[in-house]
Design a protein around this ligand. Sequence first.
Ligand SMILES: Cc1ncc(COP(=O)(O)O)c(C=O)c1O
Length: 401
Amino acid sequence: MTQPSRRSAEALIAPDRSASARALGVPPFLALDVMAEAKARRAAGEQVCHLEVGQPSGPAPRAACEATARLLATGEVGYTEALGRPSLRARIARRYAEVYGVAVPPERIVVTTGSSGGFTLAFLAAFAPGARVAIPSPGYPAYRAILLALGLEPVELATGPSSRWTMTAEMVAAAHAETPLAGALAMSPANPTGVVTAPGDLADLAATCRRLGIWLVSDEIYHGLTYEAPAATALAFDDDAIIVNSFSKYFAMTGWRIGWLVAPERLVRPIERLAQNLVISSPTLSQAGAEAALDDLETPEAYRAAYAANRALLLEGLPRLGFDEILPVDGAFYAYANVARFTNDSSAFAKALLAEAGVAITPGIDFDQARGRAYVRLSFAGSEAEVAEALDRMARWLPKR
Ligand SMILES: Cc1ncc(COP(=O)(O)O)c(C=O)c1O
């Protein structure tokens, strides 16, 4: 390896020990900022309806809590294997056969600290520094932020009504033709839109990525939370896709910080080396809970029914309030609504709604820097009473604007 010159090494030292340009380039996650403010207001005694954050409000499946308590009672909570407990990896692999009819060997399952930890490992394992990765816009803001933090280049591909708000194979091929991509990150059901990619479109995307020789990373964290047709896994169309998933959403286990990857065999050892050094292992107690959760679907299915009722309430209530464009809410627990008839600044709109009516929602700018000023995201992961109360408050507040 050639040594950098003294001058180039000096140029990399931040003046006055300031934060690195890389860290400063990572944007804030506005939904979490709104959540912090909403929590502060609630702590100060205000009644706040929380529609800002994608977090189930009910507890984790009982079996998860019991298994965790049993392990905790033994006091034997050491590290696990970096790739995860073998029994959990085997159980997750079995889920692919149960749910999708797809055979996955346990050796290809990697247990991670939430899907967030999975992204870091997958991106580091698959992409060279500076590589370009296509992501959909609007989209989950952390994709862009994680890629930037890792010195990768997010390439945002704008979706719209013509592709039913899905990143298509054609978009990826066109971006690749312009300047080569190293990968594309798909998500279905999507955040913030709720859109489910049709199986045929996902198959096309997988085939195109394969033809172009680029990675397909598929974020399947909202699988299980669909209200029309179930979402397909990218593994069904390309055994070589990298799948990212988590116990956070369907299993209502956000704070347990447990997720998983399905990785192609040749990435598993590189990911293991990264995991050994970056995290050593995922939380042991949470792994025990997650394994038990996979056999206790009663709670997740009850939550899904509750979300479906909330969804119906919003889809009926929002248009009556004048929200005339809501993207297709096929899955997840979000309604992404156009607010252009109320405001040209959805951040100011969301701030005023929280301050004046006590309803916390997320401005679209979090998800789409170009068009987000015209959109807001409402999460319906909370209780039916909270969603109903939010609609009432908005009905009283909107005419006064
Ligand atoms: C699309 C999407 N992917 C990934 C995540 C990260 O979830 P976790 O790290 O809790 O698994 C979220 C969280 O909201 C999300 O919406």
